[in-house]
Write a new protein. Structure first.
Length: 538
C-alpha cells in the first residue's frame, strides 16, 4: 500500500559541525543515469548546496511544535504545526492533507452497528453522501476513500461477518460490494506480506490468491453497479500489484481516473504499483507523477504524491545516512509536503544513524499528520531527551502531550557526565477488579519524564504484554494465551490497554526520583520502568 538498517553511526563529534553549527556542505551533482527501460533517471540530490538545520532552527522548530501540540483540535494542531526549517511546503497543500487526515468519518464500530441493527440502507446513504462530498467539497477531498481505508483495511472476523450481512441486506448496494472487496484485498495483502515474491512462502501466496479471487468478484460487481466508487479501482490496482498482474492494474487505474481524474487513492496506488520493487520502473513512476501534476492546482491533496520517485530513490528505509550526500537528501526529498509514512521512515533512518536533529524534525512531521505512529513518537522523544542531556536543546523542550503508545524499547541517552534518574519511591499500583477476575496478568512498560526536582512531568506507555490465565486442577495459575481484551457479562468488550494503562500511568506519576544530572546539574530526563500486574494462587 502507498500508506505506508543498521546503526553504523559516525562519532557524534563528526556530525556536530554539519548539523549543529548550521554550516552547509556543497554537494556535487551526480552523473545522470538511465533505468532499466532506458529512461533518464534524474538525480535525487540538488546541484546547489542543501539547507541543513542549525541549532537555532531546531530550537525554534521544537518550540513551535510544542505550541502547536497544545491545540486540542487535531485539525487545528496539524495546521498550526511548523514546517521543516528551510522547506517550501505550500499552505494550501498542507491544509488539504490535514483536512484529508482529520475529516470526520464513521468508525468501523459505527458501520458494524448499523449493519447489525438492520440499518444497511442508512449506511448506504452515508456512503453516498461521502461520495458526493468527495467530488464537490474541497474540504472533503478523498472522503469516501478515507472511510474505506479507516474502516475496511483491518479485517477481523466480526467485520467480515458484518460486510457479508451488508450484502445480504442490500443486494444491489455498490458500496456493500466495494467494501467487501476492499476488505478481501486488504486481507490478501496481509496474507502475502511485503517481501519479494521469491522470498514469500508458497502458503502465503496461495492464501493471497484465494482472497484475491473473492476480492475481484466483489470489486467488479461494485463498479458495474456504480462506476463512481473510486476505492474499488484503488483496491483493484493493489490487487494487481501484489499478484503481478500489471495489465489489470493499469486498466483499473485508467478506468478509475476516467471517472475521477483527481482521485488521490487511485493515483497513490498506481504510483506504488509503478515502483521497481513491484511491477514498474523509475520512468513509470515519473510517468504517473507527470499525470498527477496538472491536477494539483485543483486538487492540492495530490501534492503529497509528487515526491514519490525521489523518496523511492533515496531509499530512507535502508539508509545508513552518514555521508554528506546522504544527509543532503533529506531537505531536497522533503522540500515539499510528503506522506506521513515517508516522513516517518526518513526519521527512523536519521535516528538509527545517530542524527537526532534530523530525526526530531521528520518524526515530528510524521506525528503531525499521524499521531498514532507509536514508534515515531518513541524515537522522537528519546532523541529530544538525548539532545537536552547534551545541552543541544534547552530543558523543557519536550512536547506537552500525554499519548499512550506501543512499540520497541527506547534507549536512555548515553553521554559523558550524564547520570540517569533513580527511583526513590513507587506509587500505588491499582489492579482493576474486572481484570483480576478475568485472571489477567501482564506488564505495562512506561516512559516517565522526570523533572529537575525528581517529580514526574508526564508518563507515556511504551509497550504492553497481557496474558489470559486459567487455573489448573491443583488451583495454580497457568498462562493460557496472549490477551488484548476481555468480554464483560453484558457481552461488550474492553481493551486491556484501556483497563491497565491508566493505573500504570497513575502509579508512575505518583513515583518520586532522584533527578537525572548532567555534569552534576539536575536536568529533565526519561526513565523506562515496567509496571507489573500479577495474579497469585489463592
Amino acid at each position: 500500500m502507498f500508506f505506508g538498517s543498521g546503526a553504523k553511526g559516525m562519532a557524534w563529534a563528526a556530525v556536530t559541525l554539519l548539523l549543529i553549527t548550521g554550516c552547509t556542505a556543497s554537494v556535487p551533482k551526480p552523473s545522470v543515469s538511465q533505468d532499466s527501460n532506458g529512461a533518464v533517471a534524474m538525480p535525487v540530490r540538488a546541484a546547489t548546496s542543501p539547507h541543513l538545520f542549525s541549532q537555532q532552527e531546531i530550537q525554534a522548530f521544537v518550540t513551535a511544535a510544542q505550541k502547536a501540540d497544545a491545540h486540542a483540535d487535531p485539525l487545528q494542531r496539524c495546521l498550526a504545526f511548523p514546517d521543516p526549517p528551510g522547506s517550501h511546503w505550500t499552505p494550501v497543500a498542507v491544509k488539504a492533507y490535514c483536512q484529508y487526515l482529520y475529516q470526520s468519518v464513521p468508525s468501523v464500530e459505527e458501520v458494524t452497528q448499523l449493519i447489525q441493527g438492520g440499518h444497511a440502507s442508512q449506511l448506504d446513504r452515508l456512503m453516498a453522501e461521502a461520495l458526493v462530498a468527495q467530488r464537490s467539497d474541497p474540504a472533503s477531498a478523498g472522503k469516501l476513500e478515507d472511510i474505506f481505508v479507516e474502516d475496511f483495511s483491518d479485517v477481523t472476523p466480526a467485520l467480515r461477518a458484518a460486510l457479508d450481512e451488508w450484502k445480504r441486506q442490500s443486494p444491489q448496494s455498490a458500496f456493500a460490494y466495494a467494501a467487501s472487496g476492499f476488505a478481501y484485498e486488504s486481507a490478501a495483502y496481509d496474507a502475502r506480506g511485503k517481501d519479494y515474491a521469491v522470498n514469500t512462502p508458497a502458503a502465503n501466496l496461495m492464501s493471497m490468491d484465494s482472497l484475491l479471487k473473492l476480492a475481484i468478484v466483489d470489486l467488479q460487481k461494485a463498479v458495474q453497479l456504480n462506476p463512481q466508487i473510486t476505492p474499488a479501482y484503488a483496491a483493484m490496482i493493489e490487487a494487481a500489484g501484489i499478484s503481478s498482474n500489471k495489465v489489470f492494474g493499469e486498466d483499473a487505474a485508467r478506468e478509475g481516473l476516467h471517472v475521477d481524474p483527481t482521485s488521490y487513492r487511485i493515483y497513490g496506488e498506481w504510483l506504488w504499483m509503478s515502483e521497481p520493487k513491484w511491477l514498474g520502473s523509475l520512468s513509470e513512476m515519473s510517468s504517473v507523477i507527470a499525470q498527477v501534476q496538472p491536477h494539483v492546482s485543483s486538487a492540492p491533496l495530490l501534492t503529497v504524491l509528487l515526491s514519490g520517485r525521489k523518496v523511492y530513490e533515496a531509499d530512507m528505509q535502508d539508509c545508513d545516512c552518514n555521508s554528506v550526500d546522504q544527509l543532503a537528501q533529506y531537505p531536497v526529498v522533503f522540500d515539499q509536503v510528503a506522506l506521513s509514512g515517508e516522513l516517518a521512515h526518513a526519521g527512523y533512518a536519521a535516528h538509527e544513524s545517530h542524527h537526532p536533529e534530523l530525526a526530531v524534525v521528520y518524526l515530528s512531521e510524521a506525528l503531525r499528520f499521524d499521531p498514532s505512529i507509536s514508534k515515531a513518537r518513541q524515537e522522537r522523544d528519546a532523541d529530544l531527551a538525548g539532545m537536552m542531556a547534551t545541552g543541544t536543546l534547552k530543558d523543557g523542550a519536550l512536547p506537552d502531550v500525554v499519548t499512550q503508545t506501543i512499540g520497541p524499547p527506547v534507549a536512555q541517552a548515553q553521554t559523558v557526565g550524564y547520570e540517569p534518574p533513580s527511583l526513590i519511591s513507587m506509587g500505588t499500583i491499582e489492579y482493576p477488579e474486572e481484570a483480576r477476575q478475568a485472571l489477567i496478568s501482564g506488564t505495562v512498560v512506561t516512559l516517565t519524564y522526570v523533572g529537575k526536582d525528581g517529580v514526574p512531568i508526564k508518563c507515556i506507555v511504551e509497550s504492553q504484554s497481557f496474558v489470559q490465565n486459567a487455573r489448573d486442577k491443583a488451583g495454580y495459575i497457568v498462562p493460557q494465551k496472549a490477551a488484548y481484551s476481555i468480554v464483560r457479562k453484558d457481552g461488550s468488550s474492553v481493551a486491556l490497554a484501556d483497563l491497565l494503562d491508566p493505573p500504570a500511568i497513575r502509579a508512575m506519576m505518583q513515583a518520586r526520583f532522584n533527578p537525572g544530572k548532567r555534569a552534576g546539574v539536575a536536568i529533565v530526563s526519561i526513565v523506562r520502568m515496567p509496571v507489573a500486574f500479577n495474579i497469585f494462587r489463592k
